[in-house]
Write a new protein. Structure first.
Length: 181
């Protein structure tokens, strides 16, 4: 009777073990990359959604600037391009508030002509911030309720490997209180 294994049997067993172990390691690495992508996508979506919700709330509560201290007289919103594309409006507390995209691809705000404060983190890059104002053409004389369409396009920064997660959100906001002519 013959006991033990031949060298061929041992080599075949080792080859099968290496193939199975390689597949398991490859699956593990692939699942880690997928998890990193999903977590980065979720963080990006959370941050951009939080910004858009905060912006929506602020724009809904904006007031008409009848005195012209912040905006042109009798306007609700005003777009500007410097220091980057942005919007300004009068808050319900009657403070001038500006929101803009800066060259470092982050969104900042300024209240009452004070200092600019970041609204987005360094972990994401805002590629585009656009505002489309509707119903402001005649100030208080146009019989249209002013509204703003806001668009934000963002991408996760420092993402290893393939293409980084991206998100594009758009919303249209109208004031909560109707303008009285």
């Amino acid at each position: 009777m013959h006991k033990g294994f031949t060298i061929i049997e041992i080599l075949i067993a080792m080859f099968i073990f290496i193939v199975i172990a390689g597949a398991a390691v490859s699956l593990f690495i692939s699942s880690l990359a997928s998890q990193r992508y999903v977590l980065s996508s979720q963080r990006l979506a959370d941050e951009v959604s939080l910004f858009m919700e905060s912006l929506s709330r602020a724009l809904r509560e904006a007031q008409r600037d009848s005195g012209g201290g912040c905006l042109a007289a009798n306007y609700n919103y005003e777009e500007f391009v410097a220091p980057g594309p942005g919007i300004k409006f009068l808050t319900k507390e009657s403070q001038c508030r500006e929101i803009a995209l800066f060259a470092d691809q982050r969104i900042y705000e300024r209240i009452g002509f004070g200092t600019w404060n970041a609204l987005t983190s360094e972990g994401i890059s805002i590629e585009n911030l656009e505002f489309n104002l509707i119903g402001q053409e005649g100030g208080a004389t146009d019989n249209m309720q002013p509204r703003v369409t806001a668009l934000v396009e963002a991408v996760a920064k420092n993402f290893p490997g393939g293409g980084p997660p991206r998100i594009k959100l758009q919303t249209t906001i109208s004031q909560r209180d109707l303008d009285e002519p």
